[in-house]
Structure formats: C-alpha cells, structure tokens
Design a protein around this ligand. Structure first.
Ligand SMILES: N[C@@H](CCC(=O)N[C@@H](CS)C(=O)NCC(=O)O)C(=O)O
Length: 302
C-alpha cells in the first residue's frame, strides 16, 4: 500500500509528551533520560523526508543530491500510480509528481526545486557553481535534461514494455505493493494502461519520436562535454548530476537504482550505445560521485 502522509500540517518539532524538555544538566538520571528522549524526538521530527519512487530517474536525481550532501533523511517509497494522489495530498494540490521533499516544515515538489532547497539548507558540497556565468549554464543544462530527456526516456522504456509482457510482469513484481505481489500480471496490465494514458507510452509513433529525442540528448551531452570531464567547469555540478540520473535507465550503472530485465526492444536500442562516450561518462559519474546511501529506515510506530 502507498505510504500515507503524516498527520498534522508539517513536521515541525513535536514532543510525544506534549511538554518542553527539562533544562540541560538539571536533575537526576531520570530527567536526563527524558532530555535524551526529547532530543531523539527533535531529531526524528526535523529530519528531512523524501517521498519517492524507487525506480524513477527524477527521484534518483533528488536521492543523489541528498546522498552527496550527506543529509540524514528518511525515505518513504510510494507505489507507482498511487503516488500521484499521495503527492497531491502532501502538497495540497500543488504538485502531482514525485520526488517530494519534506524539509523544515515545507513540502517541496519537483526535483529542481528540491535541489535548490537543499543547496540553500546544506551548501556543502555545492552543486551550483559560484561563478554566475557557469551557474546559469549549469541550471540551463539541468533544465535541458529535465525537459528534453527525462520524459522521453521514460516514454520509450514504458512503451517497449507494452510489447514485452514478461518484462512488464517482472517490473510489476518489483514495484507492486505487498498485497498485490501475488498478481504481478494484473498489476502489469494496470501499469501499462496508466503509462499509456499519462505518458503516451501506448503510441508507436510517440515512441519513435521519443527514441530520436533520447539520441539527441545523448548527442548534446557529448557535444557539451567536448574533451572535458564535466559539463560545466572543472567539477561535478547539478548539470552532471541531472544528466547522469536521467540517463540511468539507459545506462544502468551498478551504483544506480536496480531495474529488472529490460524489455527486448529497449535492450536492442541500448546495445550499440554502450560504446558511446556519453554512455561511458554516465557510468563514470555514478562510479565517481554517487556516494553510498544515507538511507534511514522509517521509525517504528510506537
Ligand atoms: N519535473 C518533475 C518531473 C517528475 C516526474 O515526472 N515524476 C514522475 C515519476 S518519474 C511522476 O511523479 N509522475 C506522475 C505524473 O506525471 O502524473 C521533476 O523534476 O521532479
């Protein structure tokens, strides 16, 4: 089942006891114990929460930014399809997509806004260049890959699942909620119908156009890189993070999210691209800059 939004208006700082903690250092072991308990509650209640879909490339973009900045956070995985209603509920109708980050009492939708908020709150290591010209370029490239690659690589992958029911069932078995795990074919049919409706993934013509857009994005990546290691300047920025995350479903880097078997047509499309400089660059970015996860399990309800 999709995770439910927490009750209340925002995370804020809440104490189970409803009272403020006693003053530090005062009193006996019991009051120190209460103080420690209150501190733990503060940490839990103010810890950022990422609402995400495990296999989604836009969500990988937000996870990567959190991990790179070493932000301790909680992750709540949503079921694809059900996530739209949860996103709308979490943001009071402002956003119908994931990722959504709950940070300091705000719920922020859209991966670009999530990174902007993280950059302000946790400036180190920076993802935005300090030089204004470089910064503008990095943000333009972020926008380019968000708009010109993200939707098309998703449409293509989902479209190719339509002609490979075994692969669709494999994906359904991975992403469906526990009660539906016994019916992966049923979940797969619902998933395919949903993606056809929402992302135009049922249309062969639209898929053909999507294939051309993915290749164009790969050409642009390589042209922007030239002989350099990074898209902007001499270090890893939001531009690299965005391009690499959004290309993950094509490249499938070891450090990235795990996808089950690819649909046959998509695998055939991918094969000749493996030798491309852009493809290898994505693998390299994940290898060099995708740190180990800071995943913190959801606390047990008491
Ligand atoms: N521009 C958004 C796109 C995010 C997005 O499309 N997320 C997908 C999951 S891959 C989603 O939630 N889709 C729901 C929908 O489009 O209704 C971002 O950068 O966060």
């Amino acid at each position: 089942m999709a995770a439910q939004p927490p009750s209340g208006r925002g995370p804020g700082i809440r104490f189970a006891s409803g009272r403020l903690p006693p003053t530090i250092g005062s009193g006996d072991a019991a009051s120190r114990g209460r103080w420690n308990q209150s501190l733990r509650e503060v940490q839990i209640n103010t810890r950022p929460i990422l609402w995400h879909i495990e296999i989604s490339h836009y969500n990988e973009k937000a996870r990567w930014a959190l991990d790179l900045k070493g932000v301790e956070h909680e992750r709540r995985a949503l079921v694809p399809g059900g996530h739209i209603a949860v996103a709308l509920a979490l943001t009071r109708g402002r956003c119908n997509t994931t990722p959504i980050l709950e940070l300091d009492g705000r719920r922020i939708g859209d991966s670009t806004a999530v990174i902007r908020a993280l950059e302000e709150r946790y400036p180190q290591p920076p993802l935005y260049p300090t030089d204004p010209v470089e910064r503008r370029r990095a943000l333009e490239l972020e926008d380019f890959f968000d708009e010109e690659l993200g939707p098309y690589i998703r449409r293509l992958l989902f479209h190719d699942l339509h002609s490979d029911r075994a692969a669709a069932t494999g994906l359904a078995a991975q992403v469906s909620p526990p009660p539906l795990k016994r019916f992966p074919r049923l979940f797969a049919e619902g998933f395919l119908a949903g993606t056809a409706l929402r992302y135009g993934a049922g249309s062969a013509k639209a898929a053909e156009r999507a294939r051309a857009r993915v290749l164009r994005a790969l050409d642009r990546l390589e042209a922007e890189l030239g002989t350099g290691d990074y898209l902007v300047g001499e270090r890893f920025t939001v531009a690299d993070l965005t391009a690499a995350s959004l290309f993950y479903p094509l490249v499938l880097p070891t450090e990235g999210p795990v996808l089950p078997e690819l649909p046959a047509t998509f695998a055939r499309f991918r094969e000749p691209l493996k030798g491309r400089r852009g493809f290898r660059w994505v693998e390299d970015m994940f290898r060099r800059h995708r740190p180990t996860r800071w995943l913190i399990p959801r606390p047990q309800a008491t």
